[in-house]
Design a protein around this ligand. Structure first.
Ligand code: ADP
Length: 451
């Protein structure tokens, strides 16, 4: 069989399928990556807000009752806020654990500014020359002259007698946050193509795997079409040759004309039979064949077959007999005409492939659940290697002999298709040169099984 990659159509389809898989996966992964990135940034931002809000709130509530003059830090405030560094003084770093512990982490700060934006005191990290935004802007994200980003909450402080004091800003540098986001972004950007590369390989492999059965049936159909065309061509070519040679005869006698017409009729019958067989097979494939199902007594069916083929067998110098091993009638549920055709095909083959003096036996038996019908002959047998293929459409072990006897190679394919539509199956046991046994197994009628 031709490998799949050699068929342009399948190769292109596989490429297209892989492209579709990869496209869909890339979209899903990219959207997933963007969503993950957004959610992660959002979660960090939310945690930062909560942290800053809680520190700023505590400071705000603790400080306001102690603020006396706008823009002035009284000593009582310095006691309340350890580590507070007044602008213009040099301060030592303190690492005490208290409510401002958060602010003393790397990059965090608290700043006190007058209403006009003059820095009065700081705690923790000291950002350089941050621009001032007053008013009601609660959350502010600012840049220092080096482009470093800061984010803080800005609360308006009031003195004990409700005069505006200035601003309290609690915030942190966004350096770590930005770095973290940038690293995650890069990891996603580099990781995605790598994952896509793996997905492309896997998709290519999966597309091949998924297309394999389609490719096999495609090849079978191609083979079938070629075989069918070949079978149809043979009688057509024979008819053409006969007609051409007859037309050359001058003058044409009635006997010669009749002989030509007989030949044409024979070839025509062959064609009709072939087309009917093909139609039957395709109807069974499409499951559109209407079956007249009813209980069928196989004992009667085999007697009818023997009655029909006895004369043919005798003419071929063969004995045709039946052997009924079951004491009760063997009855199945099915279409009598189709089952008759199945057994007739097996018996025709047995007659065709058994030499003069041979014996053909139609044996009927049953087990607990099945009817067993065998057609045994003492004929030429079938080589072991061919036994699985003889049920294929148009397959013939010895095509010359089969064709000479009018066989089209469809008899067993039809028999098998009929067995399958009756939930049964056929198998062959044979030794080349030593005869064959074809066994048909069909389910018994349920109510008759136990009898
Ligand atoms: P055909 O029309 O050629 O008989 P079938 O499908 O009935 O086609 O059978 C397929 C092939 O199986 C035959 O060509 C023949 O070679 C082989 N075969 C079938 N039945 C027998 C048999 N009873 N003994 C030997 N060979 C057989």
């Amino acid at each position: 069989m031709q490998p799949m990659y050699k068929s342009k159509l399948f190769h292109l389809t596989r490429l297209r399928l892989t492209g579709c898989y990869v496209g869909v996966m890339a979209t899903i992964l990219s959207l997933g990556g963007i969503a993950f990135y957004g959610m992660m940034a959002q979660a960090h931002w939310h945690a930062l807000h909560q942290e800053l809000e809680s520190v700023a709130g505590t400071l705000h509530d603790g400080l306001e009752p102690n603020l006396k003059q706008p823009g002035k830090i009284e000593p009582s405030i310095q006691q309340l806020v350890p580590g507070l560094c007044l602008t213009g003084t040099t301060c030592a770093e303190t690492k005490q654990r208290h409510v401002l512990g958060t602010v003393q982490q790397e990059g965090y700060y608290a700043r006190f500014l007058t209403q006009s934006g003059q820095l009065v005191a700081t705690v923790g990290y000291q950002p350089e020359q941050l621009p001032f935004i007053g008013g009601d802007n609660l959350w502010q994200t600012l840049k220092d002259p080096h482009g470093q980003r800061y984010h803080h909450i800005s609360l308006l402080l009031k003195t004990a007698n409700s005069q505006p004091w200035g601003y309290l800003q609690v915030g942190r540098s966004l350096k770590e946050f930005d770095n973290h986001l940038a690293t995650t972004g890069w990891l996603l950007l580099i990781g995605l193509p790598l994952v896509m590369l793996l997905i492309t390989g896997a998709s290519w492999w999966l597309a091949g795997l998924a297309m394999q059965p389609v490719y096999q049936s495609y090849q079978q159909i191609q083979q079938f079409t070629a075989d069918a065309a070949h079978e149809l061509r043979t009688p057509l070519a024979a008819t053409k040759a006969t007609v051409e040679s007859t037309l050359e005869i001058e003058p044409l006698t009635v006997a010669e004309a009749k002989s030509t017409l007989f030949t044409i009729e024979r070839q025509n019958n062959r064609l009709i039979q072939l087309v009917q067989d093909l139609l039957l097979l395709s109807r069974m494939d499409l499951q559109v064949l209407s079956l007249k199902v009813q209980p069928v007594k196989l004992n009667t069916l085999i007697t009818d077959v023997v009655d029909e083929f006895e004369a043919l067998a005798i003419a071929a110098g063969l004995s045709l007999m039946t052997e009924v091993l079951s004491h009760q009638p063997v009855t199945v549920f099915g279409d009598e005409d189709q089952l008759y055709r199945l057994v007739a095909n097996l018996v025709t083959n047995a007659i065709q492939y058994t030499c003069k003096g041979g014996k053909i036996t139609i044996r009927l038996n049953k087990d607990e659940k099945h009817a067993l019908l065998q057609v045994q002959d003492t004929g030429i047998g079938i080589p072991e290697a061919e036994q699985t293929r003889i049920f294929d459409r148009f397959y013939r072990v010895n095509s010359d002999r089969s064709r000479a006897q009018g066989g089209s190679g469809l008899g067993l394919a039809i028999a098998q298709a009929i067995a399958q539509t009756h939930q049964g199956y056929i198998f062959v046991q044979s030794v080349s040169g030593n005869g064959s046994i074809f066994t048909l197994q069909l389910p018994l009628l349920p109510q008759l099984r136990s009898r």
